[in-house]
Ligand binder design. Structure first.
Ligand code: GDP
Length: 529
């Protein structure tokens, strides 16, 4: 197959949702369609169970599963589909943000009864900011839920989306009869009462056809006719260009558990979702069709086996063909590297491959050379952007609890930070280390992993920080900036990239500081240029 065909057939995406909306169930049904797995229950849920904070086995179990489900690839109707796992748990939101830099589109899953939930809101906001094309799947239609039109309103208002229904439910919960697929003009009905089997899609180009009354009953048929008419009046028509620009979001209804509406979603998805997109580097825009290989690291996973300290770095191929044993430039450290056993992912297996194409994810064994955000090229000095750090929510001093093991501690901290588990700040004044995390869970993960993987012990000490603000002076030589540095000395630190960070203790402090030093800008993410 030609290089261009390989690109055109790839669909790399992520499924985002609030925990419990049905992401795992939907993923599994998609894999079943691709023939990648044979039975339900094969995809393990990577959810952190309640109470996991003190249950380290649970954390280990979760890490094991999340390696296995990091990338799930399969072929469906000749399309190569790569699903990238995005943890729903809020303490791992940064992982998800980073993964979203490697997807070309997303599917948003919403629970019909719960509607738009907080985690969905946060993740969709990130996608919206980056204009990532989104499809919405409203799940659990077999249960009583909110009225379909109310839900569409909620999606528009809370998520700031512009929706166009591609399918519409007939009834809901106990009365759920099926779905009218507006996109294919087909009716899909449950057959029998058990809601387990689905009839073949019946084509209904024209809903005034009296056969519709026979199929669903007169009342439901008339309601559907009215609803579809209302939809055509109120909502914009589907337009692929607008969808691809992130300006219009098609909505599907269904029930992942009952495998209802999933095939319709998948069929529409492979047709309309984008193939690998161009990606911005600091220097220029890189097109997927360029012949030279470029790619970037968006995730690093530590080995589960503490005896083998190597890690798996996940690289998204942006352009060209990634070849086994070919020398690539690791741009950050200026060295050429070859990979003798790059892994590709298929469903839940990984295997060594000779060639990978744009949109694919390559897993590389790494002994500590890679950091999240690193770029690989064939020699060009290129740096992909878009993997910013956000201000952590929780901050603590980290202390060495075993003076004999300080080397191990610093190495461990260094590597865990490269993996993106948390952020490290070193105070300018006294060199003390401060760890910042998105969730409280990470502190325990770090302590546990330092001990089990590096043989180091640490303790934490509280410190009161509201937000980390990345500092950007208008003029680094100005008196204003010098004064800022002198006055705020105690609260200044460097992040791992050596950028200056102001650890502000309250929102009020930030406000005051901004008005006192208007030419010293404070940013809440590390990437502001
Ligand atoms: P995740 O946290 O988003 O990955 O959600 P899961 O896929 O683990 O689903 C959460 C729960 O909802 C599980 O108990 C599923 O069996 C259930 N569930 C998923 N889809 C449906 C559905 O369509 N109908 C019903 N009734 N339950 C569902």
């Amino acid at each position: 197959m030609s290089f261009l065909k390989e690109i055109a057939r790839r669909r790399t995406f992520g499924i985002i949702s609030h925990p419990d909306a049905g992401k795992t169930t939907l993923t599994e049904k998609l894999l079943l369609f691709g023939g990648a797995i044979q039975e339900a229950g094969a995809v393990k849920n990577n959810k952190i169970k309640k109470g996991a904070t003190s249950d380290f086995m649970e954390i280990e179990r979760q890490r094991g599963i999340s390696v296995a489900t990091s990338v799930l690839a399969f072929i469906y109707k000749d399309k190569k589909i790569n699903i990238l796992d995005t943890p729903g748990h809020k303490d791992f939101a940064e992982d998800t943000f980073r993964t979203l830099t490697a997807v070309d589109s997303v599917i948003v899953v919403i629970d019909v009864a719960k509607g738009v939930e907080p985690q969905t809101e946060k993740l969709v906001e990130v996608c919206r900011m980056r204009s990532i094309p989104m499809l919405v799947f409203i799940n659990k239609l077999d249960r009583e839920g909110k009225d379909a039109f109310d839900l569409l309103d909620e999606v528009e208002q809370k998520l700031g989306l512009r929706v166009t229904p591609m399918s519409f439910p007939i009834g809901m919960g106990y009365d759920f009869k099926g779905i009218y697929n507006i996109w294919e003009k087909k009716l899909n009905l449950f057959s029998g009462d058990n809601k387990q089997t689905i009839s073949e899609g019946i084509e209904f180009d024209d809903l005034s056809n009296p056969e519709l009354d026979k199929a669903v009953g007169e009342i439901a048929a008339n309601t559907l006719r009215e609803e579809i008419e209302l939809i055509s009046e109120v909502y914009p028509d589907f337009n692929q260009e607008e969808y691809l620009k992130g300006e219009l979001q098609p909505v599907f209804f269904g029930s992942a558990l009952n495998n209802f509406g999933v095939k319709e979603l998948l069929d529409a998805f492979i047709e309309i979702a984008p193939s690998p997109q161009p990606k911005k580097a600091e220097e220029r825009l890189v097109d997927s069709k360029e012949n030279k290989m470029t790619g970037f690291v968006f995730k690093i996973h530590a080995n589960m086996d503490p005896k083998h300290r190597d890690r798996l770095a996940f690289i998204k191929v942006v352009s060209g063909t990634f070849k086994r044993n070919s020398p690539y430039l690791h741009v950050r450290n200026g060295k050429k590297v070859k990979f003798s056993s790059p892994n590709a992912f298929f469903a839940e297996k990984k295997e060594i491959v000779d060639e990978s194409f744009p949109g694919d994810i390559v897993g590389i064994h790494d002994t500590g050379n890679f950091k999240i955000g690193d770029t690989l090229t064939e020699g060009e000095d290129l740096n992909f952007r878009g993997i910013p750090s956000f201000s952590p929510e929780h901050f603590r001093y980290v202390n060495n609890a075993d003076p004999m093991k300080s080397k191990q501690l610093y190495k461990g901290l260094d590597q865990l930070m490269d993996e993106g588990v948390a952020q490290l700040f070193i105070l300018e004044m006294n060199g003390r280390r401060v760890i910042g995390t998105v969730g409280a869970l990470q502190f325990e993960v770090i302590q546990y992993r330092l001990e089990h993987e590096y043989g180091a012990k640490c303790t934490y000490e509280n410190l009161s920080v509201h937000k980390a603000c990345w500092v950007e002076p208008k003029d680094a030589k100005s008196e204003e900036f010098k004064e800022f540095k002198r006055v705020k000395q105690r609260y200044l630190a460097k992040d791992k990239q050596g950028q200056l960070v102001f650890l502000a203790d309250s929102a009020f402090t930030i406000q005051m500081t901004q008005s006192k030093y208007p030419n010293v800008k404070l940013h809440f993410t590390s990437e502001f240029k």
